[in-house]
Write a protein that binds this ligand. Structure first.
Ligand SMILES: Cc1cc2nc3c(=O)[nH]c(=O)nc-3n(C[C@H](O)[C@H](O)[C@H](O)COP(=O)(O)OP(=O)(O)OC[C@H]3O[C@@H](n4cnc5c(N)ncnc54)[C@H](O)[C@@H]3O)c2cc1C
Length: 427
């Protein structure tokens, strides 16, 4: 529950809205759907979050810095579970896309802004996993990020190049010793002002997507200049606006040389979009669990408001859509994990391409759904849902930004329309 300025929800309801009960609501919904292994992992992460909240007296109030929590979660392996990271001697017995979805569900219900920050660090982790080539400098960064020793960010967007991410203006100039000098500007990079490690893209020639390259950057290096961008709907997250001024990247940190950047950019998009979809559906659960508890307790006209059709039926609609899309994501994640296993860690490009459209569908659908579910669930809670007494305001706010990041709604629709064209050509 939030640290509030003034309590407007009665003691009984406010107490009932605690994290344990919200988790129980989720678990009772998922019990029949998840395998015993999946369910016990979900409960394990939840247990950690409940203990962490209690032990540290976390109120989710405005004064708390969510970045302070990263080391504790990292030590448990809760920054990301997409991989097992044996390459840096971190061996999780349970990992993959499903594991990461379940991790996200539990952490988002604990604190949604904190969960989104971990998602951005994962975006820096994934390209290092794919392109570390056993180079110690890269492995050091990977270990820092995975274990929560440091936070990470990804720098794709530029002030003049947002949706059009392949026509970048940030320049990279290759030196004789294999290092690169970077000059240019990036913006809206989640976690950047708090990050030790950044993964960034640049090009050897402005606007030429074929000449893009990908770099791992230590933000302590000279030439990395970062200022915070304020996104009022996620006030606890630090986004960056960076100026690269003759920023030298030694060759050990070049994840993909000239000509490799675009391929590396696209390769990360399936996981990035599914990650955003998992986040969005987790927000739906956070909002529905609040509203379901509240509507079962709040009385007006001498009755629990759930019993009024206007409330109860709307809530069932939000709940049904949230449950159904959760099943869809789970199926996608299970298939993804099976394919990774079957093909020894790397999904063949033709299958991966087919998954791009699927990932766009989920990103599009879940973020649109979350925007509606979070708002409507808060609406069902009346003034209480808009107050600072619970985390509902966080859900309403964060659900309004998810459609933009990771490719806007229109860009997902554009990608899907290209896929429809491909499908037609296959007839
Ligand atoms: C909270 C937040 C976190 C973010 N985190 C990161 C991050 O970690 N790393 C990073 O690199 N970036 C990040 N971004 C940037 C994000 O990816 C971009 O904002 C996004 O891709 C859109 O780019 P833009 O803001 O320049 O909008 P524009 O590209 O200028 O788009 C403006 C509008 O035009 C529409 N539009 C553009 N092109 C087309 C088209 N061809 N067809 C139809 N409509 C179109 C868009 O849908 C949008 O509605 C983040 C942004 C936000 C808000």
């Amino acid at each position: 529950m939030s640290k509030y300025m003034n309590q407007v929800i009665n003691d009984e309801i406010l107490e009932k809205l605690n994290l344990k009960n919200r988790y129980n609501f989720l678990n009772n919904n998922l019990m029949a759907i998840l395998t015993p292994g999946q369910f016990s992992y979900l409960k394990k992460v939840q247990k950690f979050c409940m203990r962490f909240e209690k032990k540290n007296n976390i109120t989710h109030g405005p004064e708390e810095d969510v970045y302070d929590w990263i080391p504790a979660f990292g030590a448990e392996g809760y920054v990301t579970r997409a991989h097992n990271f044996e390459i840096v001697d971190v061996n999780y017995d349970y990992y993959g896309a499903v594991a990461d979805f379940l991790r996200y569900l539990a952490i988002d219900m604990f604190d949604t802004q904190f969960a989104m920050g971990s998602g951005a660090t994962a975006l820096a982790i994934n390209p290092i996993v794919d392109h570390h080539e056993n180079i110690p400098e890269r492995l050091e960064a990977l270990k820092d990020l995975v274990t929560g020793e440091a936070c990470g960010c990804i720098c794709i967007t530029e002030p003049e190049r947002g949706s059009d991410a392949v026509h970048q203006l940030t320049l990279c100039d290759e030196q004789e010793d294999g290092s690169f000098i970077l000059n240019g500007e990036k913006v809206f990079n989640t976690n950047a002002p708090k990050s030790k490690w950044a993964v960034a893209y640049a090009t050897a020639e402005a606007n030429n997507g074929n000449l893009m390259a990908q770099f791992l950057i230590n933000t302590n290096w000279e030439g990395w200049n970062c200022e915070r961008v304020n996104i009022p709907w996620t006030p606890k997250l630090y986004l960056g606006h960076e100026h690269f001024v003759n920023l030298r990247v030694p060759k050990e940190y070049v994840l993909g040389g000239i000509g490799k950047g675009r391929e590396h950019l696209f390769e990360g998009l399936v996981l990035e979009r599914i990650g955003i979809a998992c986040g969005a559906i987790s927000q739906c659960w956070g909002a529905v669990s609040h509203a379901a508890i509240y509507a079962n307790m709040r009385k007006q006209f001498n009755q629990e408001i759930l019993k009024f059709q206007g409330v109860g039926f709307l809530l069932t609609d939000l709940w049904a859509r949230t449950t159904n899309v959760t099943l869809g994501i789970l199926k996608f994640c299970e298939e993804y994990d099976k394919k990774i296993e079957k093909f020894g860690g790397e999904i063949p490009s033709n299958i991966s391409r087919a998954m791009v459209a699927s990932a766009s569908q989920f990103k599009y659908h879940c973020t649109k759904l979350s925007k509606e579910v979070c708002y409507e669930a808060a609406n069902l809670m009346g003034g209480a849902g808009l107050s600072d007494n619970t985390m509902m305001h966080d859900y309403v706010n964060i659900s309004r930004i998810q459609e933009i990041l990771g490719g806007s709604r229109q860009i997902q629709q554009y990608i899907m329309s290209l896929a429809l064209r491909q499908l037609f050509k296959m007839l």
